[in-house]
Design a binder for this molecule. Sequence first.
Ligand code: NAD
Length: 352
Amino acid sequence: MDFKITLLPGDGIGPEVVGEAVRVLEVIAAKYKHAFNFQERLMGGCSIDKYGSSLTDETLADCKSADAVLLGAVGGPKWDDPAAKDRPERGLLALRKGLGVFANLRPVKVHPALIDSSPLKPEKLKGVDIIVMRELTGGLYFGQPKLREMRDGREYAVDTLEYYDYEVKRIVELAFNLAKGRRKKVTSVDKANVLEASRLWRQITTKIGKENTDIELEHMLVDTASMKLITAPASFDVVVTENMFGDILTDEASVLAGSMGMLPSASLGESGPGLYEPIHGSAPDIAGKGIANPAGTILSSAMLLRYSLKLEGEAAAIEKAVDEVITAGVRTADIGGKLTTRQMTDEIIKKL
Ligand code: NAD
């Protein structure tokens, strides 16, 4: 089959890890007789440098017309000036909004061979297999008003946490659907004891829970959830939550797996292309050294095959190959080894 994939390597280690994922996808294409047509575009700091904009209209249009988008990472010290009129992160938010990808899925599984890379006690990590679903296009990061001004001679800033019922409904329904194919438990995280938007979130989630009695629904306050993710991570299956809570909890959950470099993510909407990216940033401290762990991006490309191209067998083949090399002790520096980005990918490709 023929597919169009837009690549947005971005900044820092982004191009290094996306390049490796493309090598893996090319092996898959040859083995399973598909044609992946890659088109590479600038996004983030590199796009500010070249076009004066972190995401141009043309790049967004190329993403929208693709079957899927694979992103590396954006940002870095060069573009960190808070007073700058455009920042790499703005491009990322505009891309998510533009593609209408409202659900960010981050699977967190602890590989038995990497248990010692995690700061948590090994006995806490047994059986950890979580998918955190973060609402991505609403909530505190997008709500209006959002401004900064002088009021009564004082500096004043405001952000707004807002949700419409349909925004909550579509992501919670997705969480229930996902849980049906897993351990049949949904934990909905909110702050309903304080926030009105959370009370709406909980009301809608409770209603969906009543329509899906085969799924166990648990409501949890975000403060409790942040504690339980560390003290009892194996008790979670699918976790669904608001944009900012999800931003924080997903990074916390990533610590369970030992290294940020190992974890993939997928951002999905109701229709149109999905956006796939590793959870880590542009890692300016190691950029250009060729030592970044490519696994998070390679596993993101597996999610791309599964969710956007519906190639489940091909996705599972990549996941199995990554699993096997980790079991065999193949390691980049972040997980205690000495291999380069390219050597780690070579080992994964050998398993394919
Ligand atoms: P980071 O994820 O880039 O790096 C955190 C630490 O993890 C660093 O020590 C880095 O070397 C290490 N690391 C990250 N990915 C790795 C990999 N694949 N292999 C080995 N080690 C890896 O986070 P940061 O340092 O807070 O942010 C750096 C820049 O990235 C900032 O400009 C930030 O805004 C940006 N950022 C972008 C995204 C994104 O594009 N989605 C996400 C987070 C941060």
